[in-house]
Design a protein around this ligand. Structure first.
Ligand SMILES: Cc1cc2nc3c(=O)[nH]c(=O)nc-3n(C[C@H](O)[C@H](O)[C@H](O)COP(=O)(O)OP(=O)(O)OC[C@H]3O[C@@H](n4cnc5c(N)ncnc54)[C@H](O)[C@@H]3O)c2cc1C
Length: 480
């Protein structure tokens, strides 16, 4: 164990970014105090006991992919990597119930080499016409050439029109699969973020595109964080809102003021969402660069995600999850199947609606009635099933948008104040607003802090290497 008092760190914010930074730093021997405003960890990716239905629910289903190497590394560090259910199949269902499957094509253990591994299922997908498939295939080819650092000012919508995408490809693939993954309207997405999603989820390898879902409520995933930290001489302060910070140049120390008192530390990692960071800037010591950071933050915009949780008295579908086409609800997750420990007599489904301000404006009754009506178009069993209970969760500030030009508004992990580092999904990770971006930002901040403290540590996980023919396609952005 390294000397603690000299290397104490206050990590502010107990979301995925703060937890990843705190655990990596504690493992490297720093004495960490993780400070969280709420009474539990997880931030925007958490679960809680909903008093209305007496069930533990996630604030929304969170999915990850094989390419999320830092998030998986964080799960491994805290010993919960086994609690992720992985699947390579993505079912698309049309109103009326016709199903198509996207995902890697296998003959026994054999797969076609990347990027062709997903081509047979796309070609067989009944949800797309031949013209749609040709259009999507052409766009994939063009997107392979777009690097993550190609800061084009063109929106995804304009790019797709320029690449002559058919109405079917636009509505069933680009609007649903890609815009919902980036949680924004296609007119408000920078092309290189869409290209990154396409490359990672559909082209680089089957492993990169495999989808993971937790088999326990999200907050249970983080139950190991407290033990991990305390075993390494670190601690968590719950229900502790940080109000201001002061730097003492003489003793090279931060004072972190909370309602419960003042904590001190040599280093600080601010792992906050962009609005909370913006609110804190006036309560930090004056510094060059503070105004620039405030201006960057002002350019960010949040997008909503709504989830509708439904408990029926019987099984509605055998699928674990599905994409629902042509309606307002986008994703279905069969939580009863994902969480067999719930021992339900019927079923528990979660429906997710991405990036819709219209849906977010509905009342609870309207949203549930509308969702059940739409669900019945895909699964006739819904018409005869009894809806036993339901919950609507509106997360108005779910994710930040990635419009053209946003990269200039994503600061690096090194803050303008001394011995201070930034984390959070919105900082410059090259990733959209995801748990992977948050975990990556935490690891970037931990590494930068280690360098500053003269105790270098390596916790940033390598990206998955492209497989098959994709090894021959130059990586447009090798350092991320
Ligand atoms: C509905 C919804 C669905 C999503 N779906 C997915 C998905 O499927 N896959 C995916 O990868 N991502 C998804 N995301 C995005 C993902 O949840 C976020 O990108 C990620 O959790 C952000 O983590 P973070 O640590 O950067 O920020 P946060 O989770 O916001 O954590 C910040 C923490 O700081 C705390 N805090 C704030 N102010 C203070 C203060 N002054 N003092 C102390 N503590 C403070 C907050 O309470 C919070 O716990 C979804 C998000 C939402 C809301």
């Amino acid at each position: 164990m390294r000397e603690n008092n000299k290397h104490s760190v206050a990590v502010i914010g107990g979301g995925v970014a703060g937890m990843s930074a705190a655990c990596a730093l504690a493992e490297a021997g720093f004495s960490v105090q993780l400070i969280e405003r709420r009474g539990y960890l997880g931030g925007r990716a958490s679960s809680y006991l909903h008093p209305g239905v007496n069930e533990v629910i996630d604030n929304c289903q969170h999915v990850l992919f094989g390419c999320c190497t830092n998030l998986i590394g964080f799960y491994r560090r805290i010993g919960v990597a086994e609690k992720i259910h992985w699947t390579s199949d993505m079912s698309m269902i049309e109103p009326g119930g016709r199903r198509s499957r996207l995902g890697p094509f296998k003959v026994g253990p054999m797969r076609l080499p990347a990027p062709l591994h997903g081509a047979p299922s796309l070609l067989h997908a009944k949800a797309f016409s031949l013209a749609d498939k040709v259009a999507v295939g052409r766009a994939f080819g063009a997107m392979m050439r777009i690097g993550s650092l190609d800061y084009s000012t063109e929106s995804l919508g304009d790019w797709l029109r320029r690449h002559k995408q058919t109405p079917g490809a636009m509505s069933r693939f680009w609007r649903l699969v890609i815009a919902s993954a980036l949680n924004a309207d296609i007119e408000r997405i920078a092309v290189h973020y869409a290209a990154k999603v396409i490359r990672e989820l559909f082209l680089n390898s089957a492993q990169a595109g495999a989808m993971g879902m937790s088999i326990v409520p999200l907050s249970e995933l983080y139950a190991g964080v407290e033990k991990f930290l305390t075993q390494r001489g670190s601690s968590i302060h719950y229900n502790t809102n940080v109000e201001s910070l002061d730097w003492d140049e003489e003793v090279m120390q931060w004072s972190v003021a909370t309602r419960a008192g003042v904590l001190t530390s040599s280093y600080v990692v601010l792992a906050l969402p962009f609005e909370a960071m913006g609110r804190l800037i006036p309560n930090l010591p004056p510094a060059d660069g503070a105004a620039t950071l405030a201006k960057q933050i002002a350019q960010h915009q949040h997008w909503p995600i709504c989830s509708v949780h439904l408990w029926f008295d019987r099984e509605i579908t055998d699928l674990y999850h599905a994409l629902l086409l042509d309606r307002d609800i986008h994703w279905l997750y069969n939580k009863g199947k994902l969480h067999p420990w719930r021992r339900l007599n019927g079923s528990y489904l979660e429906l997710v609606v991405s990036a819709s301000y219209d849906f977010a404006a509905l009342t609870r009754e309207q949203a549930i009635e509308h969702s059940v009506r739409e669900l019945a178009e895909f699964f006739p069993e819904v018409k005869t099933a009894k809806l036993e209970k339901s919950v609507l969760i509106k997360e108005v500030r779910a994710t930040f948008g990635v419009p053209p030009g946003i990269d200039a508004a994503r600061p690096s992990e090194i803050a303008t104040w001394p011995n201070m580092f930034l984390a959070g999904d919105w900082i410059d990770t090259g990733w959209p607003s995801t748990m992977e971006s948050a975990a990556r930002s935490g690891h970037l901040a931990a590494e930068a802090l280690g360098l500053e403290a003269d105790l270098p540590l390596l916790c940033l996980e390598s990206d998955l290497k492209p497989k098959g023919f994709m090894r021959l396609v130059p990586d447009p952005n090798p350092w991320y």
